[in-house]
Design a protein around this ligand. Structure first.
Ligand code: CP
Length: 323
């Protein structure tokens, strides 16, 4: 009889990590096999945390957190992730850093590079993560660069779909809201190239998805419909409703924000015709676009999505930083 398959242990998975010591700048870096590895490790992290609370995979390691844009989830989940792996954090914020005295991004990165084993960076400039990676010897993990990308959010979004719905293949995913400036959408759409999915887009015309991102979906035959309204027909087909906030801080024309801010509100009425087993996701924070009346609906996955984020970030840190 064939020998039963012996699954590799967490230690074995980390030992052969293709991410060891590498920068994580863009979701474009990830192959299908690497995503599979990341999610296998994330599932192990979930089990480990639920069983023991903490692991000692990164005992003695220091992670630098450099958030030059506001953050609640990304900063605190990276903080929690390294601590649950036995490591520690060193955090600086822009208002109290020597950036105020004119220090460049590259010099600030070179400084933290001396003290920690890896740097997590969020920065308003689209090219910041790439510039930081050039300046650092140790790994840089992109936690959001301007309106371009938010790779770890895209990764945790995929993990959420897998954990909640069992698979990503075969899903119809509907993106709603600010698809122009919403960097989490750009990262997730790019990751979805690995899967057999249909994508529906609903946004005000002025906030439609960048043409390059649209072209990439079209070339793969994934774009089912693009609309300036979220129609009941679109909702009825949806397995994942991915709601996004209007990124007010990135609008070039403030009057446009006022014009569109009350459009695309997802509430109980919106979900009336939705499937019983679909989920609602949101990278958060939210403003008016996602009504609190949805929170008690079992299909509201956005709070669970935050917790999945910690497991994915634990997995990524372990794969990058473990000896
Ligand atoms: N989703 C996300 O990036 O949230 P924060 O801005 O709070 O980190």
């Amino acid at each position: 009889p064939p020998k039963p398959e012996v699954l590799p242990t967490l230690t074995e998975l980390l030992k052969s990590s293709p991410f060891k010591g590498k920068d994580v700048i863009s979701v474009k870096q990830f192959s299908k096999e690497e995503l599979h590895l990341l999610f296998t490790v994330a599932a192990e992290m979930r089990l480990g945390v639920e069983r023991d609370g903490c692991l000692d995979t990164l005992k003695g390691r220091v992670l630098c957190l450099m958030f030059f844009e506001p953050s609640t989830r990304t900063s605190s989940s990276f903080d929690a992730a390294i601590k649950r792996l036995g490591g520690q954090t060193l955090m600086i914020n822009e208002a109290h850093s020597s950036t105020q005295k004119g220090e460049s991004l590259a010099d600030t990165i070179r400084t933290l590079d001396q003290y920690g084993d890896a740097i997590v960076l969020r920065h308003p400039d689209n090219d910041s993560a790439g510039r930081a990676a050039k300046a650092a010897h140790g790994p840089i993990i992109n936690a959001g660069n301007g309106s371009r990308e938010h790779p770890t959010q895209g990764l945790l979004d995929l993990f959420t779909m897998r954990e909640e719905l069992g698979t990503v293949n075969g899903l119809t995913i509907t993106f709603v809201g600010d698809l122009k400036y919403g960097r989490t959408v750009h990262s997730l759409v790019e990751l979805l190239r690995h899967y057999n999915v249909q994508i529906q887009l609903a946004s005000p015309a002025a906030l439609s998805i960048p043409s390059k991102v649209r072209a990439s979906m079209q070339s793969r035959g994934q774009l089912a419909i693009e609309s300036d309204r979220l129609t009941p027909e679109m909702i009825a087909k949806t397995d994942v409703l991915y709601v996004t906030r209007l990124q007010k801080e990135r609008f070039e024309d403030p009057s446009l924000y006022e014009e569109v801010k009350d459009t695309f509100v997802v509430d109980g009425k919106t979900l009336k015709d939705a499937k019983a087993n679909m989920i609602v996701m949101h990278p958060l924070p939210r403003n008016l676009e996602l009504s609190e009346e949805v929170d008690d609906d079992p299909r509201a996955a956005y709070f669970r999505q935050m917790r999945y984020g910690m497991f994915v970030r634990m997995a990524l840190l372990a794969l990058v930083m473990a000896p």
